[in-house]
Design a protein around this ligand. Structure first.
Ligand SMILES: [Zn+2]
Length: 333
């Protein structure tokens, strides 16, 4: 054994003397640094609406580069300035996805299904998180009896299927807007697809809307009460049959607005901006202004599919457009 030097001995003696007078410190065991988790906590958030319980379950987010064509009637610089003003990345647009589960006491319904389990694998967990977060929220996918779809874009319907193409919600009836079904399942409309992007959307709709999904499908019309407490509202433009939903229990209501606007910090604040994915930009803007006006004047709660998680907010009118006011996180429900 190596001999201790006189200096080390003195230090050691001094340390021992201190330890003798401060026994608690001396008794504390040595600890290694705690390991970091390296991943986000499961994302779900609950609130009450009358007697209903709503659970917002994040599906993750998208990552889209900001190009000149991101907003067709505003410059890239204007979009970047809007993002910079919010301390956000000005090169990449991050769009969240917020499907919800509505427990009415009678039904257990999901509104929109996220990007699907296959996307979880292909995006390395960036999105397609719904089933994982649903399980973390204590909700069994097999217990869902109703899936309500707002429109047929992939981020809303792909989650109907698991990665092996079996049903994500095997015991659910699937409710889809009739005008949306008519458009996307029409071979004539498919032949008229205005761009390669729309053509891909048609192909994706036909991939998902087949087999076991079709067997469980039920079309609903605008204005219909789909299941007790969930009513369809026509909000066309972003997609020909795009539909929002009013969930109502007693005097409480929330407007589940799907993609009337995408990220509110861009498109609620600038309702005249036309994002590249709007099917009919003029119709979409008309719908957007009508809905935002109604939300601002009625002060109705809004649940935004692409709002920052958990996507629950109110809308107020400003001199240039509108502004979203997020509801404060509530640790109780
Ligand atoms: Zn969407």
């Amino acid at each position: 054994m190596k001999e201790l030097t006189r200096r080390q001995m003195l230090v050691g003696t001094a340390a021992a003397a201190v330890a003798a007078t401060v026994p608690l410190i001396a008794a504390a065991p040595a600890r290694a640094a705690a390991p970091q988790f390296g991943k986000q906590a499961p994302g779900f958030y609950r609130y009450k609406l009358g007697s209903f319980e709503i659970t917002v379950v994040t599906d993750g987010k998208s990552r889209v580069p900001i190009t000149d064509a991101f907003v067709t009637n505003a410059s890239k610089d204007e979009v970047k300035a809007a993002l910079a003003a919010l301390f956000m990345d000005t090169e990449i647009f991050y769009g969240p996805y917020n499907p919800i589960v509505v427990n009415t006491g009678t039904n257990l319904a999901v509104i929109d299904t996220g990007n699907g389990e296959a996307a979880y694998q292909s995006t390395k967990g960036l999105n397609g998180q719904l089933l994982i977060n649903l399980a973390a929220a204590g909700i069994d996918a097999a217990a869902i009896d109703s899936v309500v779809i707002s429109h047929f874009h992939g981020d809303h319907i792909n989650g109907l299927l698991k990665a092996d193409n079996t049903l994500a919600f095997p015991n659910a009836k699937i409710y889809v807007p009739a005008p949306e079904y008519r458009y996307w399942m029409s071979d004539d409309e498919m032949k008229r697809a205005a761009s390669p992007r729309i053509d891909l959307l048609f192909k994706n709709v036909r991939r998902v809307m087949s087999g076991e999904v079709l067997k469980r499908l039920s079309q609903y019309e605008w204005g219909a009460e789909i299941i007790p407490g969930i009513t369809a509202v026509a909000t066309p433009g972003q997609s020909p049959g795009h539909t929002s939903h009013i969930v109502a229990s007693g005097n409480s209501k929330v407007f589940v607005h799907a993609d009337v606007t995408h990220a509110p910090y861009l498109f609620v604040r600038n309702p005249g901006w036309h994002p590249f994915y709007d099917h009919d930009p003029v119709k979409s803007e008309e719908t957007r202004r009508k809905v935002l006006d109604m939300l601002a004047s009625s002060r109705m709660l809004v649940q935004g599919y692409h709002f920052p998680f958990p996507g629950v907010a109110h809308i107020e009118k400003t001199t240039t457009g509108y502004r979203e006011i997020p509801v404060q996180w509530d640790p109780l429900i």
